[in-house]
Design a protein around this ligand. Structure first.
Ligand SMILES: CC(C)(COP(=O)(O)OP(=O)(O)OC[C@H]1O[C@@H](n2cnc3c(N)ncnc32)[C@H](O)[C@@H]1OP(=O)(O)O)[C@@H](O)C(=O)NCCC(=O)NCCS
Length: 162
């Protein structure tokens, strides 16, 4: 595997890359894909200070991103940040890209004043990989809301003290 660098300055082509990563992730609905695309377009149009949307891209030189994360401070909290999105190209999973993205998310969040990182996910079976991933990185379930997204589909909130 070639060297994969992390980049945190979004570029105009990143909208298409994020659409591809989210569409091929296998768990996100078309409505969720649309929201992920809106976040990057907003960030490109209005900048970091106005949106609070931090992005990280994992990529080899001159190649499309193989993974991305989006995160930021939770409005009206003093030191709590949220991971909004993370996805790694299905063909590149299991090689530590997600772990590297999360390590840098945590580093940047802590540098920005975060004392805790929160992650909302689903209790659905197809999110089992995501839940195992967060647990392996030291996140613990702080709350679970039954029948939240839909009957039988709970919201699971993970938390980690930074
Ligand atoms: C979750 C996701 C980002 C993980 O990315 P990744 O690059 O494959 O993860 P890594 O290779 O860095 O794995 C780190 C650790 O997570 C755990 N993990 C990762 N995939 C796992 C799996 N399929 N089953 C169990 N544990 C897993 C392991 O403990 C792994 O450490 P190890 O390789 O030393 O065993 C990726 O699977 C993905 O994009 N999923 C679809 C999108 C998604 O669900 N996003 C989150 C929505 S809330």
């Amino acid at each position: 595997m070639n060297y994969i660098a992390l980049r945190d300055e979004p570029r105009p082509g990143d909208g298409a890359a994020i659409r591809h990563l989210v569409e091929t992730a296998g768990v996100f609905s078309p409505a969720e894909t649309a929201i992920a695309c809106e976040l990057i377009e907003e960030r490109l149009a209005r900048g970091l200070a106005a949106t609070g949307y931090h992005f990280l891209f994992a990529e080899e030189e001159r190649r499309q991103p193989q993974g991305f994360a989006c995160f930021g401070p939770i409005p009206l909290t003093r030191a709590s940040w949220d991971l909004y999105w993370i996805a790694v190209d299905p063909q590149r999973r299991g090689r530590g890209i997600g772990r590297r993205l999360m390590a840098e998310v945590e580093r940047q969040a802590a540098a920005g004043g975060a004392t805790a990182l929160f992650i909302d996910t689903s209790g659905r079976a197809d999110y089992g990989t995501a839940r195992a991933f967060y647990a392996s990185l030291g996140y613990r379930i702080a709350a679970e809301f039954a029948d939240f997204y839909a009957p039988g589909d709970s919201k699971v909130v993970f938390r980690k003290t930074l």
